[in-house]
Design a protein around this ligand. Structure first.
Ligand code: AP5
Length: 224
């Protein structure tokens, strides 16, 4: 049987983390989120964390060798091998996509399409907790207590890289380096594209609808 080996791709604010979280819950797969792994290193004040803080806050990519190693090690862990995984924010350029094709063999690309204007607008309302749970002041506020995470009760805050300058820089990198990855995948891996301008639920519903057309995935979705 096929094991889910998914990549979710899209510009900043498209909802990669939001939708990946739902798919992880639905399919019992592992969320591989380099952005959060790197933020955890910064929060812990490790040597690596200190080294990458400036790069991350400026909205630039951390060195390719580091992310490739990080992802390679993670997907070879037993949980990923047994149940499958979804990468969120990887690969972001051809220096990551090429080796990943050899060691990861993704079998589905979920592409979320969003305009830059909508991305900038969305990110200004994003709030997160230190464990990486994501909310939006207007579109997806916490349900239990205002300003605190529903899952772990931690205080919500705005990410340091959610500034206008950093968002612009991240979008620029997306267009220059990540969009070519999407074109490259077109001849190699099955892609489903979903309009991410819809509501969170609308995007999720469309992803599931398109997944159900893929026979091996459809039977898996029915079992869950
Ligand atoms: P990362 O944490 O991955 O950030 P990003 O790529 O900038 O993506 P975002 O988290 O901003 O967007 P998202 O699409 O996940 O949106 P979300 O679901 O949160 O990376 C951060 C940094 O780490 C990088 O800049 C880089 O420095 C480094 N890094 C990471 N990966 C790397 C790599 N591979 N190589 C090198 N460096 C790397 O949603 C956004 C907001 O909108 C939320 O508030 C959400 O509630 C809301 N929302 C979501 N969907 C909807 C909707 N449909 N309608 C209304 N609101 C919505």
């Amino acid at each position: 049987m096929n094991t889910p080996r998914f990549v979710i791709l899209g510009p900043q604010g498209a909802g990669k983390g939001t939708q990946a979280g739902r798919l992880v819950h639905r399919l019992g797969i592992t969320h591989i989120y380099p952005g959060q792994i790197l933020r955890d290193e910064m929060a812990a004040g490790t040597a690596l964390g200190k080294k990458i803080t400036k790069t991350m806050n400026a909205g630039k990519l951390v060195p390719i060798g580091l992310t490739n190693r990080l992802i390679r090690e993670r997907i070879h862990q037993p949980d990923c091998q047994k149940h499958g995984w979804i990468t969120d924010g990887y690969p972001r350029n051809m220096g990551q996509a090429r080796p990943f094709q050899r060691f990861g063999h993704p079998n589905l690309i979920i592409h979320l399409h969003l305009s830059d204007a909508a991305a900038v607008k969305r990110l200004s309302g994003r709030r997160v907790c230190t464990k990486g749970h994501v909310y939006h002041l207007r579109h997806d506020p916490p349900k239990k207590r205002r300003g605190y995470c529903d899952h772990d009760g931690l205080k919500l805050f705005q990410r340091d890289d959610d500034t206008a300058k950093s968002i612009r820089q991240r979008l620029k990198i997306y267009h220059e380096e990540t969009e070519p990855v999407l074109h490259w995948y077109k001849e190699r891996v099955l892609i489903i594209t979903v309009d991410a301008h819809q509501s969170i639920h609308g995007v999720y519903r469309d992803i599931l609808r398109k997944m159900k057309r893929i026979s091996w995935l459809s039977s898996r979705l029915q079992k869950k």
